[in-house]
Structures are given as structure tokens and as C-alpha cells.
Design a binder for this molecule. Structure first.
Ligand code: S3P
Length: 173
């Protein structure tokens, strides 16, 4: 692993791709601190994400994500799981790249649908055709995830543990 990779590990990918659960496990194995940018934004603002979206809109939420990333800069030995849309803002992409090694967790729309349907916490999926929305988000964002990734892990039909092991093995290479 080179120096950039050692600073922090950042997980990117669509909602429901496993960033938080996998990130937590990878952090535990590496002995790194775990941070989820969604939780961090909620802590900084004192508001739930759904509230920020509803009261202030998505653009404001993206700026809160920028603030969270700025506060994280200078930290080391953290595993950072990000909100799925953090990459749409250029400033966020630049801040993320500076933070450390970026791992894109790639998952099919079907798998994502399976994981997120029934979960009411995500404002972008409210009152809409969920499958349609996931496809739309994937089309809009996939090139950004791929362009940013130092490592892409296809989570496919793999078990949670095998994805974690694949990541740990790649980090040791
Ligand atoms: C979003 C994904 C969510 C959260 C917010 C917006 C998105 O995070 O940041 O609801 O734009 O895709 P997860 O990817 O952790 O679900």
C-alpha cells in the first residue's frame, strides 16, 4: 500500500451497496475509526437527513456533506462511508480524493432494490417508482464512481464476509 492508501479508506457507491456495513467491518479489522458521512452531517446540523432534504433541499444537503468532508481533512486511519450522492458535487469529489484511498462498491440495481425497498429513511426514494429511481441514479453517477475509484469491488452475489476479505486482501497487495 502506498502512503495515500494508508491515510484513510473511503467507500463510495449507490445507496444500499453496503458502504456502511462493510465499512464498519473493514474498520474493525484494520483498527481504524469508522465514520459515516450521513451520521456526521446529522451530528453537525442536529437534523435528520430527511429533514434537511425536506426543509432546505438537496443542494443544501450536498453543502453539508462538503462541510463534513472539510472537517475530516487532516484525519488519518479512518474508514469513511459516504452518502451515495456525495460524488455529484465536484468540490466533494476533490475533497474525497484528498482524504485517501477510494473504494467503489459496485452492486446491481436488482440487489440495491432488494436492500433499500421497505426502508423509509431515504428521501430520494419517497413517493417514487423505486426501481426506476435506482436505475436513474446509477446512470447519472456510475461514471463518477468509476472515475474516482482506486479500487472497484463488485459485490455481486458474494457474501458479506467474502467482500470484506477481498477488500482486505487488496489492501495488503
Ligand atoms: C443519498 C444517499 C443517502 C443519503 C441521502 C442521499 C443519495 O446515503 O446521503 O439520503 O443521494 O443517493 P446512503 O448512500 O448511505 O443511503
Amino acid at each position: 500500500m502506498n502512503n495515500k492508501e494508508y491515510t484513510n479508506i473511503v467507500f463510495i457507491g449507490l445507496m444500499g451497496s453496503g458502504k456502511t456495513s462493510i465499512g464498519k467491518k473493514v474498520a474493525r479489522i484494520l483498527g481504524f475509526q469508522f465514520i459515516d458521512t450521513d451520521e456526521y452531517v446529522e451530528k453537525i446540523t442536529g437534523k435528520k437527513i430527511a429533514e434537511i432534504f425536506k426543509q432546505e433541499g438537496e443542494l443544501r444537503f450536498r453543502s453539508e456533506e462538503t462541510l463534513a468532508l472539510k472537517r475530516l481533512s487532516g484525519q488519518t486511519q479512518h474508514v469513511i462511508s459516504t452518502g451515495g450522492g456525495i460524488v455529484v458535487k465536484e468540490e466533494n469529489r476533490n475533497l474525497l480524493k484528498e482524504l485517501g484511498m477510494i473504494i467503489y462498491l459496485e452492486a446491481s440495481v436488482e440487489k440495491i432494490f432488494e436492500r433499500v425497498s421497505g426502508n423509509k429513511k431515504r428521501p430520494l426514494l419517497r413517493g417514487t417508482d423505486v426501481m426506476q429511481k435506482i436505475m436513474e441514479l446509477k446512470n447519472q453517477r456510475e461514471h463518477l464512481y468509476k472515475e474516482m475509484a482506486d479500487l472497484t469491488i463488485n459485490t455481486g452475489e458474494k457474501s458479506f464476509d467474502s467482500v470484506v476479505q477481498e477488500i482486505i486482501r487488496s489492501l495488503k497487495r
